[in-house]
Design a protein around this ligand. Structure first.
Ligand code: ATP
Ligand code: MG
Length: 556
């Protein structure tokens, strides 16, 4: 049996029961994004749940664009959403729909409600309507237009559709109960007049149905069995059910609510994400610091790792904020197993090995994964001049510093022992070159049993591939940016650091740029081809727990 996509939860229990009772014999779910922005990590939960549950029960999951709000929607967004879902590992096959596919039928259902005396055209101004709606403590007041006759309502609604009235001058409302304890049931608006070009229906309509009216009917038309949505729709469920009970349709999906996914130090709301893009705080929706799926893709997060994160979070009705560390750990755990190891030097410092013959190049073998032989090995050129990490040299090092300082010996990964003899400084007093010697007997990293505690990475200078490295930190420096009055106040000014002079061992860039590599002792990196520059750009996917430093401390 293959592993399930979704861990057992209260929703799978409902489905199990519905199948056992023969209420349904086939599960149909839907993922209903509004094409008004890019998908984010929160949507990933809904995607994993809807597509995952459908797959686990050999059912079907529809992709339905919830496109009832033309002023904010675009084709660019719709295309990006499809690309992101596929990248994330799910497929709607032939089941792509739009709420706008149903505009004719929705209109007919609205007339049906009018004919049944269950909907009326209201001429009140938006302010009057808001005032008469009441609030949590105060019941609503009936509109003076509430008792229009069926004939009058039909005539007015048809005139609305025909474009005879100005935008916002009239609405169609369901006639439910202005005294209801649930404000959503106080004669909710179901149609409004809005002259706006629609991405799918063009200028065919000047009236558009509201979300609550559209969503339940779209679900029913498509034969959805379980309509899974987030908790803020709980109070809308009575309206969902009311609409389906009062129109002539023989399908009544069950709406089930679950809690949203929130991740600390990030925002998961298209409104806020689009603000970051519009204000130029980030480099577009796919900026690697964004919590969008396209940002995480560009950053180098493997979709399977995000899926296993979502799976570990589970599905419940409890609101919570998941720590960013949990997400990053999931990425790390995945990459630790899957990422080939290479050597990349982020801040190069030149090393000259004085006793190594000039012009000589030697190929040394390096394992691509220390714990997994199936990754094989590669040949790495070694020569007289190398680059090492600036931070691997210290002028006044104490006894516990096992790397380069005058007179101290270290192991070069996959290569030789070298001893630092002298540091050359420029006029500003900065160390610009280390003069070292090597022990020719130590090839492969061992020699006469003497103990060398430090191992550092390096690249042959003549063979090194210049790259640009981009290090990322959290975009926000507050764990709950959305809880602030202005979330933009929490922007971390140091979320991006560009290292323009990094070096990578040869033969990696351009080989398979979809691979995430571990630059040993540094972090995980993936090539970013979004912008063409003269050097390959590598994004830091995620840092490693600094196990090297820890090992050094323990052994020191
Ligand atoms: P946003 O606030 O980002 O605009 P939304 O809910 O308006 O979110 P939709 O495009 O309407 O965005 O969402 C599509 C589906 O994804 C809906 O079923 C919604 O409930 C779900 N969804 C959105 N955000 C989250 C989240 N943070 N966690 C889980 N599901 C989510
Ligand atoms: Mg929405």
């Amino acid at each position: 049996m293959t592993e399930k996509n979704v861990v057992e939860n209260f929703i799978t229990h409902i489905i199990d029961e519905d199948l056992a009772n023969h209420k349904h014999n086939h599960v149909v779910t839907r993922f209903p994004p509004e094409p008004n922005g890019y998908l984010h990590i929160g949507h990933a939960k809904s995607i994993c749940l809807n597509f995952g549950v459908a797959a686990d029960y050999q059912g079907t999951c529809h992709l339905r664009f919830d496109d009832t709000n033309p002023e904010k929607e675009s084709r660019e967004y719709a295309e990006a959403i499809k690309q992101d879902i596929q990248w994330f590992g799910f497929d709607w096959h032939e089941n792509q729909f739009h709420a706008s596919d149903y505009f004719d039928r929705l209109y007919a259902f609205a007339e049906e409600l009018i004919e049944k005396g269950l909907a009326y055209v209201d001429d009140q101004s938006p302010e009057e309507m808001r005032e008469n709606r009441g609030d949590f403590n105060r019941p609503g007041t009936d509109s003076p237009f509430r008792d229009r006759t069926v004939a009058e309502n039909l005539q007015l609604f048809r005139a609305m559709k025909a474009g005879e009235y100005a935008d916002g001058s009239k609405v169609l409302r369901a006639k439910i109960d202005m005294q209801s304890g649930n404000i959503n049931m106080r004669d909710p608006v179901i149609y409004r007049i809005k002259r706006m070009h629609h991405i799918n229906t063009g200028d065919a309509w000047c009236i558009y149905p509201m979300y609550d009216f559209t969503h339940c009917i779209s679900d029913a038309i498509e034969g959805i069995t379980h309509s899974l949505c987030t908790l803020e729709f709980e109070d809308h469920r009575p309206l969902y059910d009311w609409v389906l009970e009062h129109i002539d349709i023989d399908c009544h999906p069950q709406q089930i609510e679950f809690s949203r996914l929130n991740v600390s130090f990030t925002v998961t709301s298209k409104r806020r994400l689009s603000q970051l893009v519009e204000q130029g705080t980030v480099d577009g929706w796919n900026d690697p610091r964004m919590s969008t799926l396209s940002g995480l893709r560009r950053r180098g997060y493997p979709p399977a790792a995000i899926r296993s994160f979502i799976k570990s979070v589970g599905v419940s009705k409890k609101e919570s904020v998941i720590s960013m560390t949990v997400l990053e750990d999931a990425i790390r755990n995945h990459l630790n197993k899957t990422a080939p190891r290479v050597m990349g030097v982020l801040r190069p410092l030149k090393v000259v090995i004085e006793n190594y013959p000039e012009g000589q190049v030697e190929m040394l073998s390096g394992a691509n994964h220390p714990q997994d032989e199936s990754f094989g090995s590669r040949e790495i050129p070694f020569s007289r001049e190398l680059y090492v990490e600036q931070s691997d040299y210290q002028e006044n090092a104490n006894r516990k510093f096992f790397r380069l300082t005058e007179g101290r010996e270290v192991r070069l990964r996959h290569a030789y022992y070298i001893t630092c003899r002298e540091a050359i400084k420029n006029e500003a007093g900065e160390v610009v070159e280390l003069r070292c010697t090597y022990d020719p007997e130590s090839r492969g990293g061992t020699a006469d049993g003497r103990k060398v505690k430090g191992t550092i990475h390096w690249i042959s200078a003549a063979h090194a591939a210049p790259i640009e490295v981009r290090l990322y930190d959290r975009l926000f420096n507050h764990p709950k940016p959305a809880s602030l009055e202005n979330f933009m106040d929490a922007i971390n000014p140091d979320s991006l650091e560009i290292l323009p002079n990094a070096m990578l061992e040869p033969g990696i860039a351009g080989q398979d740029d979809e691979v995430v590599y571990q630059f040993e002792r540094n972090a995980y990196f993936k090539r970013d081809k979004t912008h063409e520059t003269d050097k390959p750009i590598y994004n830091q996917v995620v840092t490693m727990r600094d196990s090297w430093a820890k090992i050094e401390q323990e052994s020191g």
